[in-house]
Design a protein around this ligand. Structure first.
Ligand code: CO
Ligand code: ZN
Length: 327
């Protein structure tokens, strides 16, 4: 799983610019499904056909990562931007960034900025004039803090963008392990989650699933100053009960917990008081679906050092496999 995750973290895929991530996933998942296609927004849908009259089960993990769009360049060649997704500037400031074309730069704050924020940060790409800067970047280009991953301790891994390439890894591994299912299965890799769950909405509308399960990271309640939350790193797969954008189908939550008990999968129940996932848009697309979410507990979400426990990732795969098989 570590190797798979490491390979998935490399491509840059700021919201709306997921093509490099999509290309990587398409190659990885194709051997395990019947067809793979891309829709108008750029969602990648890997379909494993079910038998006659089989119910549709749609999984969704988002390909996009939080990042930035270039707005303009000033006379000194400084690059300004508009954020895509929930950037934590206190963590993003003084990081190395990479643009789509490979240009590197430093995201820094004004010297007199007390707290780094969108309106007092800029990117220094090592040039001194507008002319030089415009040879390297232009309005509309995207960039993000450079990707990275490292092992910390025996089971934990930290880096970015673990949100939500780890969910993509879980789905690829699930597709690999599920040999047969009572469902018509759709492994969906969505676009633009970080800017408001936009891709999963159109994908769900087209698929019209009976059951929809997002696979995404969630926060944990085990760090100083964290919001009240029962989820801990190393506590197993988190089964979402509720977040800001969705109240999960209670029967589905119960079924997932039962599958964990039956299969000896370590799990915990999640209520996230700030944040949402693709579960919300899939739940309310078209005539609606029974929706839930398998969450990977993650410390320091939306920073360059998102931390997960690989045992939790394995538990999420085991749960996703059990759900997909429809045991
Ligand atoms: Co996120
Ligand atoms: Zn996410």
């Amino acid at each position: 799983m570590y190797t798979l995750l490491r390979d998935l973290i490399k491509p840059l895929g700021v919201s709306g610019r997921e093509a490099p991530v999509r290309a990587a996933i398409e190659t990885m998942i194709a051997p395990f499904v019947d067809e793979v296609y891309t829709d108008a927004l750029g969602n990648l849908i890997a379909h494993k056909r079910g038998g006659e009259g089989a119910k549709k089960l749609m999984f969704a993990a988002h390909m996009d990562e939080i990042g930035f769009f270039v707005t303009d360049v000033d006379d000194a060649g400084r690059v300004f931007f508009s954020p895509a997704g929930g950037i934590r500037f206190e963590a993003a400031a003084y990081s190395e960034v990479i643009f789509e074309n490979g240009t590197r730069g430093l995201l820094v704050a004004n010297d007199d900025a007390k707290t780094p924020a969108a309106d007092n940060c800029y990117v220094d790409i090592g040039v001194s004039s507008r002319r030089e800067a415009e040879r390297r970047v232009k309005t509309g280009d995207t960039f993000a803090v450079v990707s990275s991953i490292r092992r910390i301790g025996a089971h934990t891994v930290a880096g970015r963008p673990i949100d939500d390439r780890v969910g993509c890894a879980v789905l690829i591994e699930t597709a690999k392990r599920v040999k047969s299912s009572k469902y018509d299965l759709y492994y969906t890799f969505t676009v633009q989650e970080e800017v408001g769950c936009r891709g999963s909405k159109t994908a769900a509308y087209a698929i019209m699933p009976d059951i929809a399960v997002a696979v995404d990271i969630t926060k944990t309640g085990d760090t100083p100053g964290a919001d009240r939350m029962a989820v801990k790193l190393g506590g197993g797969a988190a089964i979402k009960v509720k977040d800001t954008s969705a109240i999960c189908d209670p029967a589905l939550v119960g079924e997932m917990a039962e599958l964990c008990r039956k299969n000896g999968i370590k799990h915990q129940l999640e209520i996230l008081t700030r944040g949402g996932t693709d579960a919300s848009s899939m739940q309310s697309a078209g005539a609606g679906s029974r929706a839930g979410c398998i969450s990977i507990p993650t410390r320091y979400a939306h920073t360059p050092l998102e931390m997960i426990d690989m045992r939790d990732v394995e538990a999420c795969v085991a749960l996703a496999v059990a759900v997909a098989a429809g045991e």
